[in-house]
Design a protein around this ligand. Structure first.
Ligand SMILES: Nc1ncnc2c1ncn2[C@@H]1O[C@H](COP(=O)(O)OP(=O)(O)OP(=O)(O)O)[C@@H](O)[C@H]1O
Ligand SMILES: [Mg+2]
Length: 383
């Protein structure tokens, strides 16, 4: 009868006389499961085995077992020693002439699976915690990087202060000159409407120039945490020169510029990029300065090219003192400087490196002592 089929079932199973609540038969896997291989369970009350729902601790009653049903996560207990987590399937069959009802209980041991699951959950939790730790460390590193960039910027401004003062002084001198000439003309009674207009135009021009410098200074000093935006590299170089041009003039260093037309934009934080350029330019200035009177044509050349569709290349070229192989290898190290105490901190290039690294830029340095230095920066084009 069904008994033959029943014995074939791989999962532990028992047949219960639903009316009496007594076990009719059990298969070998069931006997093995309750650690009684070869034991006899026929005639035992189903109450010898306890079925409890793992969640909510509700017992699975004889009534429950009298209907076709399926329970997940059931705790199966027998005696003191057997306690397993199972999935329980109940199938009702009728047999014999009188249509006697039997419940076939099929038990699937899921203890191992549950253990694996709980291990997995523990490991996942650990992983989530590790990830959170990593994120925190990353955020800290990022905030530290921002602080460093900001300090570098302020340090650079400290050095530039004299030049900037001079830069502002020029238009002021102009304004003073035009005003004086105007006063002079008034005194002589020779002020014509035409010249008022031309003096006023010059004065407005000079005031605008001062305004532009001050505004640029403000922007440059502002702590920049903005996301990357499409950036015109030429505009950024021009920004750096608002703060530097006068310095170069005062030091007798010529600036040569060679910019390709129709350059594509790159992705950057323009404020930080300007700081990077400023650091290259001040280093070039120092290198050229350091040659003293040895060279008469002191110059720094900046080229911006678009050699292929992928990159915008910025090249800084100076005819300064150049670098030994050792200096060249170490120039991006934090606190590495060859300058006298009080002149260089050795932070410019390490900050610059971290700024450019974030843009996915590559930097190539060629340098020879007493010849000069060429620094090529490849910036990925914005997509
Ligand atoms: N264009 C260059 N020509 C010659 N040497 C250079 C040039 N650029 C960098 N260096 C060398 O690399 C070193 C490190 O440069 P970096 O800008 O990091 O520091 P610094 O200029 O000495 O000081 P800081 O920039 O903090 O004021 C310099 O001291 C110098 O020896
Ligand atoms: Mg420097």
């Amino acid at each position: 009868m069904f008994e033959d089929i029943f014995m074939e079932v791989v999962d532990p199973a028992i047949v219960v006389d639903t009316g009496k609540g007594k076990i009719e038969t059990a298969n070998v896997p069931f006997l093995e499961m309750i650690a009684e291989p070869g034991g006899v369970v026929k005639g035992k009350g189903i109450g010898n085995f306890r079925f409890t729902r793992a969640f909510g601790n509700l017992p699975v009653t004889l009534e429950d077992l009298s209907e076709n049903s399926y329970y997940e996560d059931v705790i199966f207990e027998h005696g003191k020693d057997i306690r397993l987590q199972i999935d329980l399937k109940v199938r009702i069959i009728t047999a014999g002439d009188k249509g006697k009802r039997y419940s076939v209980l099929m038990l699937r041991d899921i203890s191992e699976r549950k253990k694996l699951e709980s291990d997995l959950i523990t490991k996942h939790k650990a992983l989530v915690e590790a990830h959170a730790g990593l994120q925190k460390a990353h955020a800290e590193a990022e905030s530290f990087r921002e602080q460093l960039v900001q300090s570098g910027k302020l340090a650079a401004l400290g050095v530039l202060a004299a030049g900037i003062a001079h830069e502002l002084n020029q238009p002021l001198t102009g304004i003073r000159g035009f005003s004086q000439e105007m006063l002079f003309d008034i005194k002589r009674g020779m002020l014509e409407e035409k010249s008022i207009s031309s003096y006023a135009t010059e004065i407005v021009k000079n005031v605008d120039r001062m305004k532009a410098i001050i505004q640029h200074l403000r922007e440059f000093v502002r702590k920049s945490t903005e996301p990357f935006v499409p950036t015109d590299v030429v505009e950024v170089i021009n920004g750096a020169f608002i703060l530097l041009r006068e310095q170069f003039r005062a030091h007798g260093i010529a600036i040569e510029e060679e910019f390709d037309k129709n350059l594509p934009k790159i992705l950057s934080n323009p404020n930080e990029l300007e700081q990077a350029f400023l650091n290259f330019l001040t280093n070039a200035r120092d290198a050229v300065d350091a040659r003293g009177n040895e060279v008469t044509d002191k110059k720094v050349k900046i080229s911006i090219k678009n050699p292929d569709r992928e990159i915008v290349q910025v090249v800084f070229e100076d005819n300064g003192i150049g670098m030994s192989v050792d200096t060249k290898n170490r120039m991006f190290e934090p606190f590495f400087t060859t300058k006298e105490v009080g002149k260089g901190m050795g932070l410019g290039m390490s900050i610059t490196h971290s700024i450019l690294e974030r843009l996915g830029a590559t930097i190539v340095v060629e340098s020879e002592p007493l010849k000069g230095t060429v620094i090529k920066i490849n910036l990925p084009v914005a997509r």
